[in-house]
Design a protein around this ligand. Structure first.
Ligand SMILES: Nc1ncnc2c1ncn2[C@@H]1O[C@H](COP(=O)(O)OP(=O)(O)OP(=O)(O)O)[C@@H](O)[C@H]1O
Length: 533
């Protein structure tokens, strides 16, 4: 790499405190981390846009990261979902790193939907790909040690399946460097072995990935607290205490635990630890990970329940407090959730709700033209589901403009007692606790004979003809602020009396006209729905 430095333009130098070599043109700032600023640049010799990570100051030596990435390049690890290294060059603060450009971080992606739970199909593809990345790293004895929502990047968040890459090897190390007592990983994602100062291995990355999977499932962190003690207490609350055998190897165990007369370790109380009482700052109300199985997107959907069950089983295997018991990356890849191979898997016969929702969405997002006419019936959304484009900056604004959010908080069905989406977080008060939906999904009350006008065939016809309103029964009530035509009509609300058929018909007309105005820009066209192959 040539070391001659061009005189950057004013705008470039504003974005970039370090002048870049002649062969680069700065386009924009992509992101910033603790160690470096990442710029999108045009690399003239290869005629390609690249991401250039520039160290902020001299202490942030990137030599380790560069040599790690060079090794990955030799081993072609970009084929295993690890960011592709292109080049490096010297700056006054150390080596700048040139990488392939990626789209947005997983954290930003979740942020677009206010951390709504992700579809199981999206979670599966992310876990499979990160499992592959961790397997490749384990194969060469490398620990990433800094897995978090902003170190997993999506290649293009508008296409499905989601393609993700692992980035930021700033603190990555080889297994031989994994000396007991090192402080690694973001605190909330810190594994028990790091918290306790036990011997550790690549398994610490699986722990962090498990924590991230929890966030993808329910939009919350599994463990929270402002100190390591609180994180540890939070882990023990949800998962139970690590085995005494594990605790006995920790350099920090005595800091957090007392050795009792019954010859076992017992977590110190907050008073013993801090000299003051401290309430737990839990982000959720789960008693155990199994409670997550109760979270469902659709009632009475056995396929979805079976899929979720396997998803949570995998999560439990990732969040084992003892690293020896924790699932390995290769086991993740063969887990039934990853392979979608489990009893009651209705993949062949009837697809799960997430698939049903994903199909048209993928077609819409990839803007594929239908290559073949397809049978209409395979594209009719299940009763009670309105298909909308997945949340993007644009359509999020569209919905927000109506006083709502895609996050689903606004789509809680108060009248049905949260029956459309049961969340363990909202078990106490479903009107005030946040309940989340995946992006692109609006829940409606289940269709019943009374509520569905016209009948199935008519509904199918109108769906095909673009009159989507006919396939919809009733939109759920939304949270305050959202003007809803549904609850204006007493006949549609369970807590009010029924009205005559004429009034109901008028009401439905109003509903449909409201929906036409509101949802048309979000609803896929028939062309888009016509072929998903
Ligand atoms: N290849 C890339 N393509 C696009 N954006 C990127 C790329 N690499 C990094 N970014 C953006 O820059 C941010 C910072 O990158 P990175 O995590 O590598 O820096 P860091 O200083 O090591 O961060 P940290 O604070 O996590 O240690 C990322 O969160 C992301 O938003």
């Amino acid at each position: 790499m040539g070391s001659s430095v061009s005189k950057a333009s004013t705008s470039s130098s504003e974005m970039n405190p370090v002048q870049l070599p002649r062969g680069y043109e700065v386009l924009k700032v992509l992101g910033e981390g603790y160690f470096g600023k990442v710029l999108k640049c045009w690399k003239k010799d290869i005629k390609q846009t690249v991401a250039v990570k520039i160290p902020k100051c001299f202490e942030n030596d990137t030599v380790n990261e560069v040599s790690m990435l060079r090794r990955f390049k030799r081993l072609k690890l970009h084929r295993h979902n690890i960011v592709e290294f292109i080049d490096s060059f010297q700056t006054k603060h150390g080596k700048a790193i040139v990488l392939e450009v990626l789209d947005i971080t997983l954290g930003d992606h979740l942020g677009l939907t206010s951390f709504a739970p992700m579809l199981l199909s999206d979670i599966r593809s992310i876990i499979q790909q990160m499992g592959t990345a961790l397997e490749a790293l384990k194969g060469i004895g490398v620990i990433h040690a800094d897995l978090h929502l902003h170190n997993i990047m999506i290649e293009n968040h508008q296409t499905r399946p989601l393609r993700v890459k692992l980035i930021d090897f700033g603190v990555a190390m080889s297994r031989s460097e994994a000396s007991q007592g090192k402080r690694l990983q973001p605190m909330a994602l810190r594994s028990p072995e790091i918290l306790l100062g036990c011997p550790f291995s690549e398994a610490i990355d699986m722990w962090s990935l498990g924590c991230l999977m929890f966030v993808m499932i329910c939009g919350k962190l599994p463990f929270s607290g402002r100190s390591e003690y609180e994180i540890l207490r939070s882990i023990i609350d949800l998962l139970g205490q690590p085995e005494d055998l594990v605790l006995s190897t920790g350099l920090e165990t005595k800091k957090y635990f007392n050795w009792t007369e019954s010859n076992s370790w017992e977590l110190k109380t907050s008073f013993e630890y801090f000299r003051c009482h401290l309430n737990s700052v839990k982000d959720h109300k789960l008693q155990s990970l199994d409670d997550l199985k109760k979270m469902c997107l659709e009632e009475n959907n056995e396929a979805e329940a079976a899929e979720r069950e396997q998803c949570i089983e995998l999560l439990k295997a990732m969040l084992k407090t003892g690293e020896d018991e924790r699932i390995t990356p290769s086991e993740v890849l063969t887990h039934p959730f990853s392979t979608k191979d489990y009893p009651n898997n209705g993949a062949e016969k009837s697809e799960t709700s997430s698939r049903k929702m994903m199909r048209p969405k993928a077609a819409v997002m990839s803007k594929r033209r239908p290559a073949c006419p397809s049978t209409l019936t395979s594209h009719i959304p299940p009763a009670g589901v309105i298909l909308v484009r997945p949340a993007t900056a644009e359509n999020t604004l569209l919905l927000e403009g109506q006083g709502s959010e895609v996050s689903g908080r606004s789509y809680i069905d108060k009248t049905s007692g949260c029956s459309a989406f049961t969340s363990p977080f909202s078990s106490e008060d479903c009107t005030s606790s946040p309940t989340y939906l995946p992006s692109g999904v609006i829940l409606v009350r289940p269709a019943t004979a009374q509520r569905t006008v016209p009948g199935d065939q008519e509904s199918a016809d109108s769906f095909q003809s673009g009159r989507y309103e006919a396939s919809v029964s009733l939109v759920t009530d939304v949270e305050s602020g959202m003007e809803s035509p549904i609850c204006e009509d007493s006949g549609s609300c369970e807590n009010t009396g029924a009205k005559g058929p004429v009034k109901k018909k008028n009401f439905l007309r109003r509903v449909f006209s409201w929906m036409r105005k509101t949802l048309r820009p979000c609803v896929p066209s028939v062309d888009d729905l016509a072929c998903d192959s």
